[in-house]
Design a protein around this ligand. Structure first.
Ligand code: D61
Ligand code: MG
Length: 416
């Protein structure tokens, strides 16, 4: 019940209503598939089935890029499904990850033995590879190259744990930094962006690292429950003997210290993100890049010093997400959002936190670079009672409406 959750935040109620009544069209346009082949339509169906976070922004890309990025996503989602599937024996998994990019050239190749939720992209890989081979050769080269490098890199981390901070960056480079690098090369190849975007791999890598680290931080509990450890040992071993100790409420203080340490580590990527964003010229590419990044800073802020990370899922409200999304359409807007959440983190640093000085320094650095005239701070005003009541009525109608419609696709944790 998104409206009710946002009832105390007038700006969010406004954003939700504006979004619902067509404001979303300004940010997310509809992808017209009437004239496309049945295979390509299937690919978009798989995209919408497998990605809550990226389906909408990919479909809002300008046409010359949209299909390439959609296929790029599906190919890597298929590869990631192999990586994530704990039921595939290592002697099958390792050679498969290494040779995965060669399957792009095999029209009939598919994989029917996955038990993962997104197995459909492996079972019907021939539809995806068919559309891959119809892309411009330049796009094919980028996708195949990234797929090859990612598959190789994934085999290094199959034991399911990460030791040093350097290895954390390495793992995130393979699974997300390479995506940023590949996307940037696609942007430049399309002619929509300057060649510098595709050439500066350090910045493109940071775009991916910021997203992946945020996911890893947020997904602590889910990963632990599935026997995976993506928090780097070099960091957690300062605060506990076992990573799983943090799930025990008795270790709450240590858990929060470790959490805040990692949030600070992730925050270091924000200056790179801002520099990267400052080079983007095309509006659809800008939205595509900016929206996931602002969701990530919002999620990081919500996670910072939050014991909820160790007991469940920490999410941003849909109203908050929609408000951010509508704000993140210009560099000044992105800066204002980054500034706002970084200031929030700065204000909530506990005086007992072991990383407090590094966190403070890092926050100040980000604040300096995201300084802008625009302001994202909410008014903090509360509605008078009669407005709240009208809102409730609207909310009940809304609930009815969405249950009939039921076609919503959203970003990080904003499903209806
Ligand atoms: C601009 C815009 C989007 C960007 C970007 C720059 C830079 C990097 C990324 C997107 C990638 C961010 C990945 C963050 C989410 N993490 C995952 O999905 C994990 O899997 C990583 C390996 C597969 C990556 C597939 C992917 C993701 C997003 C894309 C894309 C490809 C292609 C184009 C556009 C966006 C995570 O998966 C969670 C899960 O399976 O549910 C995991 O296994 O760790
Ligand atoms: Mg994975």
């Amino acid at each position: 019940m998104d409206l009710v959750k946002s009832i105390r935040y007038p700006e969010e109620v406004y954003a939700l209503l504006k979004y619902k009544f067509g404001g979303c069209q300004a940010v997310i346009s509809k992808n017209d598939l009437k004239n496309e082949s049945p295979q390509l339509r299937k690919c978009y169906e798989y995209l919408n089935k497998t990605s809550r976070s990226f389906a909408a922004v990919i479909q809002a890309l300008d046409r010359e890029l949209r299909h390439a990025v959609c296929i790029f996503y599906l190919v890597l989602r298929a590869l990631d499904t192999v990586e994530d599937d704990m039921t595939i024996p290592l002697e099958v998994k390792v050679p498969l990850l290494r040779s995965f990019y060669t399957k792009l050239q095999e029209p009939d190749w598919c994989f029917m033995d996955s038990k993962e939720k997104d197995k459909i992209v492996l079972e019907d890989f021939s539809t995806i590879s068919h559309e891959f081979r119809k892309l411009a050769p330049l796009y094919q080269e980028v996708i195949s190259d990234i797929c090859c490098k990612m598959g190789d890199g994934m085999t290094v981390f199959l034991e399911g744990h990460v030791d040093s901070k350097k290895q954390w960056d390495e793992y995130c480079h393979y699974v997300a930094g390479l995506v940023g690098i590949g996307l940037s090369r696609l942007f430049s190849a399309s002619g929509l962006e300057d060649s510098i975007v595709g050439q500066d791999t350090r910045l493109a890598n940071s775009m991916g690292l910021f997203l992946q680290k945020t996911n890893i931080i947020r997904d602590y509990l889910e990963d632990i429950e599935q026997g995976r450890e993506f928090w780097p040992k070099e960091v957690w071993s300062k605060y506990a003997n076992k990573l799983s100790d943090f799930a025990d409420p008795a270790n709450r203080r240590a858990a929060l210290s470790c959490l805040n340490d990692l949030v600070t580590n992730a925050l270091h990527h924000v200056p790179d993100v801002l520099l990267y964003m400052s080079r983007i010229k095309n509006q659809s590419v800008f939205n595509f890049c900016a929206i996931p990044q602002v969701m990530a800073i919002g999620t990081l802020e919500r996670c910072y010093n939050n014991p909820g990370v160790f007991t469940g899922v920490v999410k941003i409200r849909k109203g908050e997400a929609v408000r951010m999304m509508m704000y993140a359409t210009s560099l000044e807007g992105v800066k204002a959002i980054m500034y706002h959440f970084t200031a929030q983190i700065l204000h909530s640093i506990p005086s007992t936190d072991p990383s407090q000085n590094i966190t403070r320094r890092c926050c100040h650095q980000v604040l300096e670079r995201s300084c802008t005239d625009k302001d994202y701070t909410s008014s903090g005003q509360f509605f008078p009672l009669y407005v709240s009541c009208s809102m409730m009525l609207a909310a009940i109608m809304w609930q009815y409406w969405t249950s009939v419609e039921n076609i919503y696709h959203g970003y990080f944790g904003m499903e209806s």
